[in-house]
Design a protein. Structure first.
Length: 193
């Protein structure tokens, strides 16, 4: 017998030997029953764990086409339907902002371009509330990236009524390197800076 075959047979032989009763203790009673048996659960004393509740994601996939019209830093339209991100105060598309250096810059256009680049041609997973031709989107993600948090972090929108977004906004304002957060007066008065 070859060494290979012997090494393969050893675990099998050990398994058979372990299953055989020791001499003098032989028993013909089966380990399990072969007949249908009724089990009365009320007489069992086993610990029962509650059933695992699977959390179901109720968000809906929205596929944003390549051709969209961006209205401001939180809303865009596809055909005659307008999609609006919740919990963000937008930067209007035609708004001019005061730069920290003293000049003016087209912050509204930059904010609109950022939103367009963020969602155009992507699949968004969102909580959706529809009212005729207006669709409110909340808790939107693209992959693992939160859409509203990305807009607020870039300084192209102000967080409203959402603790997570307010935290993201505070962090972005401390850094002060992007969008409207570059100008310290925008942190005090978002609409007039």
């Amino acid at each position: 017998m070859s060494i290979r075959l012997r090494t393969r047979l050893v675990p099998f032989i050990l398994l058979i030997c372990a299953a055989m009763p020791a001499s003098g203790q032989e028993s013909d009673s089966p380990i399990w029953t072969t007949q249908p048996t009724h089990i009365d659960r009320s007489k069992q004393t086993y610990e029962r764990l509650p059933a695992k509740v699977a959390v179901r994601d109720t968000r809906i996939w929205i596929v944003v086409p390549e051709r969209i019209r961006v209205l401001d830093s939180r809303s865009f339209s596809v055909g005659d339907t307008t999609y609006e991100l919740a919990h963000i105060r937008p930067v209007k598309a035609k708004r001019l902002c005061q730069a920290v250096e003293g000049g003016r810059w087209n912050c509204g256009r930059m904010a609109s371009i950022f939103l367009g680049n963020l969602v155009r041609g992507k699949r968004l997973l969102c909580d959706v509330t529809q009212q005729s031709k207006r669709v409110a989107l909340a808790n939107c993600v693209i992959g693992t990236r939160d859409v509203a948090a990305a807009i607020v972090a870039q300084g192209y929108g102000k967080a409203e009524n959402d603790p997570t977004l307010l935290s993201t906004q505070a962090d972005a304002q401390k850094l002060g390197a992007k969008g409207l957060w570059r100008n310290p007066t925008c942190t005090l008065d978002f609409d007039r800076c």
